[in-house]
Ligand binder design. Structure first.
Ligand SMILES: NC(=O)c1ccc[n+]([C@@H]2O[C@H](COP(=O)([O-])OP(=O)(O)OC[C@H]3O[C@@H](n4cnc5c(N)ncnc54)[C@H](OP(=O)(O)O)[C@@H]3O)[C@@H](O)[C@H]2O)c1
Length: 371
């Protein structure tokens, strides 16, 4: 009798919790709003920027005038000369998984882009490391704009003089993802054998060069049309995934840097040396493609399964910071890494740039130039 009553009340409590969660979601959905809903009038000191008031395809992007930012005492105002786009920018499509963070019905932050390079126009009175005229590169939300403004002690560094603005703007998200994945998660060591799956994309082209800079033997995996490119940036061996499955060879690796996630835990474990590491950084090129849900589930399974074996399967989210940008700047200045730029677009062509990226077959980085 008692058990029956406990069960009855438990079911009621769960039902009530579900109804409350549904109501909270419903209210959050209809209450979610953004700048576009507030009529603020014409900007006094305008600058052009890319905005998206709604979720949707790249068609929702608009080039608009907004108020040019003014740096506070600790900030740097940069005139953007080039920016680059990343798979991250395709959250304009509003995947439901991330809407609780980005805004349920509409994006809370209507600005787009992260990577930029440009010239310092003004600095706050506490800023000593930068001065007007300095050429810099960095990462800041809303970088697809004529100006960005950010804290001087965050992700901003001097641009190596031998790099163009376009090259420097292609670095922050992609190269930091590669660096942190290989160095911090993969514990890369000189002399190791490294396999990079997805070697021809924005992150992969940096990963190949960064892995070589650590004195390792690198195998890159890409399709036939990118074999020469991946070899030209330093890969010792290249596997064309349309002809050969890298998990079906006799080779063993100390580290797999996987940007695609299209092989199972056991397939990848089989080609790892004992105590080897597989860094699961992505699930394929930008944009939606078949089997993405299965890949995500496979990566989760690999993460859990590897807790019980010697080989480790690790995932992570890259985080932008000044120290890593500075290190990447040094690698560029000494010629150890050279960004690979696939295409460039103008700011007012950002939607076309994202449409291209979304196809998932970029060869290196897609860059936006500003005059
Ligand atoms: N963990 C993090 O913090 C983090 C940060 C940034 C990016 N990511 C993720 O990392 C992944 C790569 O990002 P990205 O900027 O490099 O994207 P991207 O530039 O769009 O990557 C495009 C490349 O992916 C390659 N590719 C597609 N399918 C492939 C396959 N089956 N095997 C091998 N290569 C394949 C394409 O080569 P082909 O044209 O030859 O097919 C193309 O060169 C994405 O999933 C992204 O979301 C994660």
């Amino acid at each position: 009798m008692k058990l029956k009553r406990i069960l009855k009340w438990s079911v009621r409590a769960i039902l009530l919790a579900l109804i409350l969660a549904f109501l909270a979601g419903f209210i959050a959905y209809w209450r979610s709003t953004n700048d576009c809903d507030r009529n603020t009038g014409a900007p006094v000191n305008p600058m052009k920027t890319i905005v998206h008031c709604e979720y949707g395809s790249p068609d929702v992007l608009k080039l608009e005038d907004v108020e040019k930012p003014v740096p506070n005492d600790n900030q740097v105002l940069v005139r953007v000369r080039a920016a680059s786009v990343n798979p991250l920018d395709l959250t304009i499509r509003g995947p439901w998984l991330v809407r609780p963070i980005l805004g349920m019905r509409k994006p809370k932050d209507t600005r787009l882009g992260v990577d930029y390079a440009g010239t310092v126009e003004a600095v706050g009175k506490n800023v000593t490391k930068f001065k007007p005229g300095d050429e810099v590169f960095g990462g800041r939300n809303g970088a697809l704009a004529e100006y960005v403004c950010g804290l001087a002690d965050r992700a901003i560094a001097l641009k190596p003089p031998n790099m163009t603005f376009e090259q420097a703007a292609s670095v922050p998200v992609a190269a930091i993802t590669a660096l942190q994945g290989l160095r911090d998660k993969g514990k890369i060591q000189p002399g190791q054998k490294i396999l990079i799956n997805g070697a021809s994309g924005g992150v992969g082209t940096f990963a190949v060069q960064i892995a070589k800079s650590f004195g390792t033997e690198v195998t890159g995996v890409c399709s036939a049309r990118n074999v020469d490119l991946v070899r030209s940036i330093g890969a010792d061996h290249v596997i064309d995934y349309t002809k050969e499955d890298f998990t079906k060879t006799d080779q063993r690796y100390d580290l797999i840097f996987d940007l695609v996630g299209n092989h199972s835990f056991s397939e990848r474990r089989r080609i790892l040396n004992p105590n080897g590491i597989c860094v699961m950084a992505g699930i394929g090129g930008a944009g939606w493609h078949d089997g993405m849900g299965m890949r995500l589930a496979g990566e989760l399974n690999a993460y859990v399964a590897s807790r019980f074996v010697g080989e480790k399967f690790i995932t992570y989210i890259a985080s932008l910071n000044k120290a890593d940008l500075t290190m990447l700047g040094d690698l560029m200045e000494t010629g150890k890494i050279t960004p690979v730029i696939d295409r460039t677009y103008k700011l007012n062509e950002t939607a076309d740039a994202l449409r291209y990226l979304e196809q998932g077959h970029a060869r290196g980085k897609v860059v936006i130039t500003l005059d």
